[in-house]
Every structure is written in structure tokens, then in C-alpha cells.
Design a protein around this ligand. Structure first.
Ligand code: ARG
Length: 596
């Protein structure tokens, strides 16, 4: 449907750029009304910033401003009188209002001004979605700006925790959100591939290892060696020193140890690649800690030149951050060895110099808060930031029903188990509900993986949570299967409809229809906010509410059996809702089955 066919100015369209323009125009209109009010009373004051909000309850309009309240407070006058007066002025600008897609403006006590969007505006939303499809909702807010994302970053050949699954999914979703809002993103996987633990693994391999065993099940076998090392070291404390020696040799570039390390890293990465493939996650770079080995020397000498480096106990190099409430940071041990922190500093310098980002996002668990805060503070003092904002995107602890297994087995295995279990359980539900379904295996994979992803991403990352399979896979709660069912239902309606006719005319919108439309045009705002706050759960909530509205609509109003124009319109509405649900889920990294 074209905007012009309903005599509507495209300025008021729902295309995200146009919606923004519309808000700006509306704000200008409000400001003009305030100015004219000032002229009337001959009073001059600084006009407060005009803000627009979406009232929670549709009875209070689609957009609302509290400008009259602000002026009232500032001038000691009755805000409602001011609001009424402003509405009077805007009413006389009717044509402009209509052009913006506003059908009514109203002053309400104690002093709000509420705007109601027109049917034409809402109809243009449907037209835009039909035209833009998977592009609908995209903005170019981040044009010409680069964001670096540091997420997933597992430790190779070492026991790892559930937090890696969380950072992987959160990071991937935030990346997609930033791309959708026009940023260039660079994803950099800061693997934990260096440190004294490799001395232990190398020692263990040389003494008890078997190459073939490792090749069949790399991470598990390397982990077993690591665990064995600790068992043996309890009996023979001497082993710790041997491991340090092996690591020192590795650091000095010893041929055998370097080869071993390379091999272990490659094996681990290969296994990791399978997990990433299954999760549909990808990275531009895998510059792990080891990548920065030859870059820490420069960092240390800069810190020294800037006069922030001090010598602590046993010749260690430290930065005193007591003044900043960040304790003391260890940069280099007495024996010359560098640390995780030193490599993180080198990474900040490298990334800001090479990628020139406006921001670097560290999607890292809460527990590393002090470490990152120290890194950021030292980077600031040393001038490594180069204009980039460094952000710790924190998350709390999340536990999976299978969580207990994580200490015995390697994380990759653990993660794989969770995904397998999710798929199994999803498969059983499908078998129960729809045994005739084609591609059951594929759908089970989508539903299972989707359920795990959705459970994590729909949850506010800052609060702790323990997940249960029941909730994750529920068909009627806030879960991926519920949303997938809704989507599949919409797609099935569209398949059954034979009309290709997309033209329709309708006189009046039903409440249930309007509720859907009222959400659809806000999609890009929700995405922008999710990006600004690094909170994909805003998008999940939006999709869930849209799915609920869709189901209410579907249960109340006929679609395929509706007559003439209503049918055409409702089909278009179904298509639009389905598209936006899909676009939103895509931002969470979740693929949607067309049938379920
Ligand atoms: N490898 C670390 C871990 O698993 C996380 C790395 C986080 N990123 C960073 N730049 N420090 O705990």
C-alpha cells in the first residue's frame, strides 16, 4: 500500500527515519506554540526541552508531552491552563498536524498534552513493513561510527563456566542491534590463550599425554591433563616450579613448547568453531591474550614514562589506584612475567589505534568488575583510549539446570550438553503437538537453541537467575516456543489465504488491530533503546507483548473468514506483525521456523 493512495504525506510515515522526523517536527510545533504564547503575554523565559513519551495506557494518546508542567513549575502558573492554551494554538495548525499523522490533541489534568495518531498513519506502517521486510526498523544512527565488541572470550584448555555462554549470546545480540542501527561493528574474541596454566598443561602433556586422545576430544582431554596436574602437584609441590619453567620456555619462544601450544590452541579453536556454528555466532578477529605478548613491553614503558608505574614488593611493577578507589594494580611480576591486566591494556591501545572505535564494549561477567575498572582507569591515565569510551557491559550469575556438570567437564562440552538437552526436549514437545510436521529434526534444533537463547536474552542481564527447562520451553509463557508458535500461526494464516490483493480500504480500526499497530511503529525506538542500554531484553519484551496482542486479535476477530476489505486489511496486519516478530528475533540471534 502506498502512502499516497490514502492521501497521506510520507513525512508522517512509520519508516524509522520518518518517524524520527515526525517527532522532531512535532517538537518544533510544540515549541512554536510556546513561543506564540510568550508573545501573547509578553513574557520571555528559557523554553524547557520538549520531550515526548508514549503513554502506557492508549486512552492517554500515542504521544504525550509534559512541557506545560515544566513551564508551570518554572513560572509558578497553573500547568493545565498552559496546556489548554498550547493545545488551542496547535489546533489552529491543524493542517500541519494532519500532515504529521496526528488526528487529535488534548490537554489533560494536571497539565499533560496528549497526541493521538491517525488511522492513515497506522496504515502507512503496514505499507512500510510490506515494502521493507527484513529491513524494517533499521536506522542509521551509528553512521560512520565503529563499535568494537569483546565477548565470548573463553579460556582455552582450562575449565570454564556458564558465563561464557551468556557473554557469547549477549555479545552477539548487541552486535546485531548495533549493526541494525547503522554502526560498523568489529567483533574481537579475546581468547584466554596465554598464562601460566599453559605451563601446567604442557608439563602434563609431556608426562602423561596422548596425542591421539587429545585429537578425538581436545578440550575434554586437555582439561583432564590440567586436572591431573593439580592432583599430582598436591603430592609433589615441585611440579608447580616445573610448570613455571615450561611456561617460561614457551614465553622465550622454545620451539617444542611453541609447537605444542599452537597445536593445543588450534585443536581447541576447531572445537569451538562447531559451537559457534551451532549458535550462529561469528567473529572478525580472534586476537587472544597471546596476540598481545609482543605488545606489553611498550605498554609498560609508556606507563613508566608517564610516571604512573611504581616498584612494589620483590621488584614487581604496580600502578597505585588507591586514589581512584581501585586498589593497586599489578602490571608485571618480579620475574618479568606480564599479566592478564597487562595484556588487556595492550589490547585497549591496539584496538583504539587500529579500529578507531567510538566505544569498546566488554561483555563480561560482574565478577571481573575490578579488573576491567583498573584496566579502563590505567588506559585513561596512559592515554590509550584515543577518544573511545570503554564500557563494561556486566551481567549477573545465571544458572542452568545442568549447571553442576560444568566443573567436571570442559565448558564446551557442558554447553553442548545444554544445547543437546534443549533440542531433545523441544523434539519431544513437537512429537506430542504436531507429529506430522516436516523437518522435525531441524525445527527441534531451532526451538531448542532458540529457547536457550531467548531465556538468557529476555532476562535483565544485571540480575541473577536460575533457569528451569519448564520455563524455557513453555508454550504459553514468555518463551521462545510461545513466540515461535505465534509466528508459525501467522505464517499459516498467510499460506491459507489465497488473495494476492493487497489493496484495501477500511473505515475504522478495531481496538485489537490498533493495539498491534501501535506497537509496530515503535519497533525501531525499542531497538535503539536496547542498543543504548546494552539490554536486548527490551527487544524480547517488545516481541512478547506484540505476540500477546497478536493472539488477542486472532482469538477475537476473524481473518480468513472476514469479509472483503476487512479481510484484506487483516491479512496485511498479520503479515506485518509476523515480519516484525521475525526481525526482532533476528536481533536476538534466533531463527524462526515457518511451521511448527
Ligand atoms: N577470558 C576471560 C575469562 O574467561 C574473559 C576475558 C574478558 N575480556 C577481556 N578483555 N578481559 O574469564
Amino acid at each position: 500500500m502506498s502512502l499516497k493512495s490514502c492521501g497521506f504525506d510520507p513525512l508522517g510515515g512509520s519508516n524509522p527515519q520518518e518517524v524520527k522526523t515526525m517527532y522532531d517536527e512535532l517538537k518544533k510545533l510544540i515549541k512554536d506554540a510556546v513561543k506564540s504564547q510568550q508573545d501573547d503575554c509578553g513574557c520571555s523565559f528559557d523554553i524547557p526541552e520538549v520531550e515526548l513519551e508514549h503513554p502506557k495506557d492508549a486512552r492517554f494518546g500515542d504521544l504525550s508531552t509534559n512541557i506545560a508542567m515544566k513551564i508551570g513549575k518554572q513560572q509558578g502558573k497553573n500547568p493545565f491552563t498552559i496546556a489548554e492554551n498550547l493545545v488551542g494554538k496547535m489546533d489552529s495548525g491543524q493542517a500541519r498536524m494532519t500532515q504529521l499523522g496526528i488526528k487529535k490533541v488534548e490537554a489533560v489534568k494536571p497539565g499533560f498534552i496528549n497526541f493521538y495518531l491517525s488511522k492513515d498513519f497506522f496504515l502507512s506502517v503496514i505499507g512500510d513493513i510490506a515494502k521493507q521486510k527484513e529491513e524494517y526498523g533499521k536506522t542509521d544512527s551509528g553512521k560512520n561510527q565503529t563499535i568494537v565488541l569483546d565477548y565470548s572470550h573463553p579460556n582455552i584448555a582450562k575449565p570454564i563456566g556458564v558465563h561464557h555462554l551468556i557473554t557469547t549470546l549477549l555479545g552477539e545480540s548487541i552486535k546485531r542491534i548495533y549493526q541494525f542501527t547503522g554502526y560498523k561493528t568489529i567483533t574481537d574474541n579475546f581468547l584466554g590463550d596465554w598464562g601460566t596454566q599453559f605451563g601446567k598443561t604442557i608439563y602434563a602433556y609431556k608426562n602423561w599425554g596422548d596425542r591421539q586422545e587429545i585429537e578425538t576430544d581436545p578440550i575434554n582431554e586437555l582439561l583432564k591433563l590440567y586436572v591431573r596436574f593439580h592432583e599430582e602437584a598436591e603430592k609433589d609441590p615441585d611440579l608447580e616450579e616445573r610448570a613455571r619453567e615450561e611456561f617460561r620456555k614457551l614465553e622465550e619462544g622454545d620451539k617444542e613448547n611453541t609447537e605444542l601450544w599452537n597445536w593445543m590452541r588450534d585443536e581447541s579453536l576447531e572445537e569451538l568453531a562447531e559451537v559457534y556454528k551451532r549458535l550462529d555466532v561469528s567473529f572478525d578477529y580472534y586476537n587472544g591474550e597471546a596476540f598481545y605478548n609482543d605488545k606489553t613491553g611498550e605498554v609498560i614503558s609508556i606507563l613508566d614514562k608517564k610516571g604512573i608505574l611504581e616498584t612494589g614488593k620483590e621488584g614487581a611493577k604496580i600502578v597505585d589506584l588507591e586514589q581512584d578507589d581501585l586498589r593497586t594494580a599489578l602490571i608485571q611480576k618480579g620475574d618479568g612475567a606480564t599479566l592478564y591486566l597487562t595484556r588487556d591494556l595492550a589490547a585497549i591501545k591496539y584496538r583504539t589505534e587500529n579500529f578507531k572505535p567510538v566505544k569498546i564494549l566488554y561483555v563480561v561477567e560482574n565478577a571481573q568488575g575490578l579488573h576491567l575498572a583498573q584496566a579502563f582507569k590505567i588506559a585513561e591515565k596512559a592515554g590509550f583510549q584515543n577518544g573511545a569510551e570503554l564500557v563494561h557491559v556486566k551481567f549477573g550469575s545465571m544458572r542452568f539446570p545442568e549447571g553442576k556438570m560444568s566443573t567436571r567437564k570442559g565448558k564446551v562440552v557442558f554447553l553442548w550438553d545444554v544445547l543437546e538437552k534443549a533440542k531433545d526436549k523441544a523434539g519431544k514437545i513437537i512429537e506430542e503437538k504436531n507429529p506430522e510436521l516436516a523437518d522435525k529434526e531441524k525445527v527441534a534444533e531451532m526451538v531448542g537453541i532458540g529457547a536457550v537463547k531467548y531465556a538468557i536474552l529476555s532476562h535483565n542481564r544485571l540480575t541473577d537467575i536460575a533457569f528451569t527447562w519448564d520455563k524455557m520451553l513453555s508454550l504459553d509463557g514468555n518463551s521462545a516456543p510461545y513466540i515461535m508458535y505465534t509466528y508459525a500461526r501467522a505464517k499459516s494464516i498467510l499460506r491459507k489465504s489465497e488473495t494476492k490483493n493487497t489493496k484495501f480500504r477500511i473505515q475504522k480500526l478495531e481496538t485489537e488491530e490498533e493495539d498491534i499497530l501501535r506497537r509496530l511503529y515503535q519497533f525501531s525506538e525499542v531497538v535503539e533503546k536496547a542498543g543504548a542500554e546494552y539490554q536486548p531484553n527490551n527487544i524480547a519484551t517488545f516481541i512478547y507483548e506484540l505476540a500477546q496482542d497478536f493472539n488477542t486479535f486472532y482469538n477475537k476477530l476473524p481473518v480468513l473468514k472476514a469479509d472483503g476489505d476487512a479481510k484484506g486489511f487483516r491479512l496485511a496486519l498479520v503479515a506485518a506483525a509476523a515480519q516484525v516478530i521475525k526481525n526482532g528475533m533476528q536481533l536476538l540471534g534466533i531463527d524462526m521456523p515457518e511451521k511448527m
